[in-house]
Design a protein around this ligand. Structure first.
Ligand SMILES: C[S@@+](CC[C@H](N)C(=O)[O-])C[C@H]1O[C@@H](n2cnc3c(N)ncnc32)[C@H](O)[C@@H]1O
Length: 377
């Protein structure tokens, strides 16, 4: 349950209050300001822990935000330092705040209609929310209503706010094109929008179970997969049974997530990756296959080595049947890590239980070892 503390501030001789709807910590103080505020001034206040409650024109607020963003451009060179600097910038920018009334309306000149978008994902108003986060809610709402076209499924997928959206789809082509083991049961571990679960059902898996730890992802996957006979469970990694095919596209960079969306990209200490690999032998039926979808960007950024990955696969008692590679189509040639991103390769590792047992003492608790084949409905 997210916590939304009350914030109070003086305005026109009154003490006003609203709930704080942000992943960023509360500001030390809050002042109201409008169109006269310059970006430099805002940045100075933000650095001192003071937030600005915007009362001017919505367009001017966006200009101030854009100018402050340029002034706070991170200059760090290493990936970890750059991430820290980017998080620090996001925190400072979060100090430009707007108010939403009890009906989630934004009372600013030229302000857009945000009530529907905010009503779906924010707690009851009145609220104070950083303008950056309000813009995020609006962008996510557009995706949720319009959906994202997924050619391999010949349909649209509707990502929810804070759920990983399949914008880069080369990994879907990998899963669509890999030799099909004709599974009766298949799992999609860490399902997000449910897109891979749908693809498994589309390719012919008769019983598909999808899991995720994030409640928003579970709700989103249930909505997207409704009517396809797919079971979506909120659970850590595996359901308590076995399948003929187990697919996982885990967060691909080791690191601590800073937000719920970050949790789809950053995996603290590669815990999900290792948990998936070590749990896999206990959740595959005899002769079953595990498909791990993973980008090598972490290796290119010096965050993980190839030997660490293949060592974990072997220590889990797995063997690599094959590896299918694809180069991302949407290359970015901007930003500090453009070269690494341009060279990135996404792979589908086809894994099976090795004849040799797993390294003793390495791996997950034995919770899954008694797992049985999933019963068909
Ligand atoms: C990179 S996203 C992939 C989403 C989706 N499968 C896809 O391919 O578009 C990783 C997903 O794993 C989920 N996740 C992270 N840790 C998990 C865990 N321990 N158990 C289940 N799901 C987890 C995240 O919430 C996120 O939805």
């Amino acid at each position: 349950m997210e916590h939304h503390p009350l914030v109070s501030w003086p305005e026109h001789g009154l003490i006003r209050s609203a709930r704080w709807a942000s992943r960023h910590r509360l500001p030390e103080s809050l002042v109201t300001a409008g169109d006269e505020l310059r970006a430099d001034h805002f940045v100075r206040w933000a650095r001192r822990g003071r937030a600005v409650l915007w009362r001017g024109d919505h367009r001017t607020a966006r200009q101030v935000l854009a100018a402050a963003k340029r002034r706070l451009e991170p200059r760090a060179t290493g990936f970890r330092e750059h991430r820290l600097a980017t998080a620090r910038r996001a925190h400072l920018l979060s100090r430009l705040v707007v108010e939403l009334d009890a009906g989630h309306r934004l009372a600013l000149r030229h302000g857009p209609d945000v009530a529907d978008a905010c009503g779906q994902v924010l707690p009851a108003g009145p609220l104070l929310i950083p303008l950056t986060e309000l813009l995020g809610v609006l962008g996510a709402h557009r995706w949720r209503t319009e959906g994202l076209r997924v050619p391999v499924l010949d349909r649209r997928i509707h990502p929810h706010h804070g759920v990983f959206a399949p914008t880069r789809q080369e990994y879907l082509d990998l899963v669509a094109g890999a030799p099909w083991p004709d599974p009766v049961t298949a799992f999609d571990i860490g399902t997000g929008t449910g897109v891979l679960a749908l693809l498994l059902a589309h390719r012919g898996a008769r019983h598909v179970v999808a899991t995720d730890v994030e409640p928003r992802a579970v709700a989103c996957a249930r909505e997207n997969t409704a009517g396809h006979g797919i079971e979506v469970l909120r659970t850590d990694l595996f359901p308590p049974c076995r399948a003929d095919l187990v697919v996982c596209n885990p967060p691909w960079l080791p690191g601590v997530p800073g937000s719920s969306l970050d949790a789809a990209v950053y995996d603290p200490g590669s815990a999900m990756l290792r948990g998936f690999l070590h749990g896999l032998p206990h959740h595959l039926t005899p002769g079953g296959e595990g498909w791990l979808v993973l980008s090598d960007l972490a290796e290119r950024l010096g965050l993980r080595t190839r030997d660490e990955l293949t060592g974990t696969i072997a220590a889990a008692g797995l063997t690599v049947l094959d590896r299918l590679d694809v180069r991302p189509r949407h290359r970015t040639d901007r930003g500090p890590f453009a070269a690494q991103r341009a060279a990135e390769v996404v792979s589908l590792w086809r894994l099976a239980v090795a004849d040799r047992p797993a390294t003793p003492g390495v791996g997950p608790p034995a919770a899954g070892t008694r797992a049985v084949r999933c019963r068909l409905p």
